[in-house]
Ligand binder design. Structure first.
Ligand code: SF4
Ligand code: SF4
Ligand code: SF4
Length: 266
């Protein structure tokens, strides 16, 4: 559906974590009123309704994804169906009912458990401020193939993690963010694909006391990742007393993530 510029500007001022939901509601509102264009009036009507009936809108959790699937060339991985699998996991836990038992007063959006998926370390969906942040990772591996010293890998690496000073590429693992860009540009296959999967971080949030998520070590394959998310949710549901976010619980209890994390890096 088309949007007038005024309506687009109005939507851009809606807090990012509810923007997708508000956009869908506003388009429904416009369609209900027989219009094929969203105007500022639709946005205002919808915002009023949204604020008055916020508890109805709360689902108990949110999953945000970056725009990688829509053709972004920076994607480090394509994990088929990851968002859907996570959606299913979270829906099965009925987190809205869980939160209702713990929160005094009406539920608000900021009580929801948030998962954010970015397909590369550029982190467009802001996984660092979600309860669970997931980031696509593609680790380079130096193979036996001869290096022509073309310099493409050194040039593309924004972390200055590669050097070819000794006549072959050396990757500094401490600097490498596993974005996979050097793998894509190497014409000889000297830098080839190592481990792929996801990095995971837990306990991020915004609000009055913002907190960046703590990254757990390793690159996880999809099944391990789902298991890790399950473990974090178990912990959250066992320890959450008043609707606190995972990061607040971690601060209170000193928890640093599940024990069974995969520490393998490459
Ligand atoms: S996080 Fe990476 S893959 Fe996703 S939209 Fe941003 S740049 Fe593209
Ligand atoms: S994968 Fe690592 S070494 Fe390669 S470009 Fe990205 S940050 Fe640099
Ligand atoms: S891109 Fe490949 S061939 Fe070129 S310098 Fe790097 S490793 Fe060598």
């Amino acid at each position: 559906m088309k949007w007038t510029q005024e309506a687009k500007d109005g939507l851009s001022r809606v807090p990012f974590f509810v923007r997708k939901r508000v956009k869908a509601r506003v388009e429904e509102e416009a369609a209900r009123s027989g219009s094929n264009q969203v105007t500022l009036r639709h946005l205002h009507t919808c915002r009023k309704r949204f604020l008055n009936r916020m508890e109805e809108e709360v689902r108990g959790f949110q999953i945000d994804s970056c725009f990688g699937r829509e053709g972004c060339p920076n994607r480090a991985v394509d994990i088929e169906g990851l968002a859907l699998r996570l959606e299913e996991k979270l829906a099965n836990r009925d987190l809205k009912a869980f939160l209702k038992e713990r929160v005094d007063g009406p539920l608000k959006m900021h009580h929801e458990f948030r998962v954010s998926i970015s397909d590369c370390p550029n982190a467009c969906s802001r996984p660092q401020i979600a309860d669970i942040g997931i980031m696509g990772a593609s680790r380079p591996r130096v193979s036996e193939e001869d290096c022509t010293l073309c310099g493409a890998c050194v040039e593309v690496c924004r972390e200055e993690a590669i050097s070819t000073e000794h006549g072959y590429p050396v990757v500094d693992e401490a600097l490498c963010l596993s974005c996979g860009q050097c793998i894509s540009v190497c014409p000889t296959g000297t830098i080839s694909q190592g481990k792929t999967g996801c990095r995971i971080m837990i306990g991020g949030k915004l609000g009055r006391h913002p907190r960046l998520a703590l990254e757990l070590p390793g690159i996880l394959e999809p099944n391990d990742l789902i298991m890790m998310v399950d473990n974090c949710l178990d912990y959250y549901q066992n320890e959450c007393m008043k609707g606190e976010r995972l990061g607040e619980i971690m601060e209170r209890t000193g928890w640093k993530g599940p024990e069974n994390i995969n520490k393998e890096k490459a």
